[in-house]
Write a protein that binds this ligand. Structure first.
Ligand code: NAP
Length: 235
């Protein structure tokens, strides 16, 4: 199996790479990092420094390998040095909102644009993206976190739409949005203090659970939103 992991330098992305390296069937993993140097060094992993918000960078990345059976996008952004998630609409910063959509929603569509030739082999394949339960419109009861929620809802709609297109043109590819559970990474660190320890997962636990979900999916289940525990989430 050949895989592509976007965001391999992140907590969850790196755990995906560690997991895949333990599988005998894994031949080659193409993985991306951007600002943080990757922590995994193995001859089966080929690292690429990529700003995944740039169409030309994704095109160039995809030109560097041939067929793949698994694509996982684990890129994401919740906060930066100047911004925490908004508690009120009064805190909306247009630049932060735009950057959230740029990083959380657009790269999966750019990937879809340039990856489809790599899935034409007709073997079973997965296009899986780490989304977030907080992007579910139906489950939104607490409010707040406008930019993150809206960017993940946009991502979810993009994936649903892609699954409909690919059911016709690439029926071997299962498209899924995944919720990892609250996971101990740079992204969640400022928000962990109120999370009970049994609800804060080590990245290896989230990834083992998400891979179990992925491995059990059939083509008829393409275009759904899954929690790490296998529960189907409302969009
Ligand atoms: N942790 C949680 O509790 C949790 C819960 C729900 C959903 N999620 C989702 O899980 C995914 C992974 O998050 P994480 O917790 O592993 O966060 P993380 O440790 O902060 O990793 C984020 C990853 O995104 C990459 N990235 C950000 N901007 C990029 C850009 N412009 N170009 C290329 N790469 C970029 C980072 O690369 P560099 O660091 O190299 O720049 C890093 O690899 C995200 O989509 C997040 O929304 C996480």
């Amino acid at each position: 199996m050949n895989a592509l992991v976007l965001g391999g330098s992140g907590g969850i992305g790196q755990a995906f790479i560690d997991y895949l390296l333990k599988q005998d069937k894994t031949q080659r993993i193409h993985a991306t990092f951007y600002q943080h140097h990757p922590g995994v060094h193995d001859e089966r992993v080929c690292w690429h420094k990529v700003d995944v918000t740039q169409d030309s960078a994704i095109k160039d990345l995809c030109s560097q390998f041939d067929e793949i059976e698994l694509c996982i996008n684990a890129v994401g952004m919740l906060h930066d040095q100047a911004h925490l998630p908004e508690k009120s609409a009064r805190q909306i910063d247009p630049d932060f909102f735009t950057r959230s959509v740029l990083i959380n929603a657009l790269p999966s569509l750019l990937l879809a644009r340039h990856l489809s030739p790599h899935f034409k082999h007709q073997r079973p394949a997965h296009f899986a993206v780490v989304s977030a339960r907080i992007g579910s419109i139906e489950e939104n009861r607490l409010g707040g976190w406008y930019s993150y929620r809206a960017s993940k809802a946009a991502l979810n709609m993009a994936l649903k739409t892609l699954s409909i297109e690919w059911k016709r043109s690439l029926p071997n590819v299962i498209v899924s949005a995944l919720h990892p559970g609250t996971t101990d990474t740079r992204l969640s660190r400022p928000f962990q203090k109120n999370v009970p320890s049994h609800d804060l997962f080590h990245p290896s636990k989230s990834v083992t659970s998400m891979m179990q979900v992925i491995d059990n999916l059939t083509p008829g289940q393409s275009g759904n939103f899954w929690s790490f525990d296998g529960q189907k989430l409302p969009w």
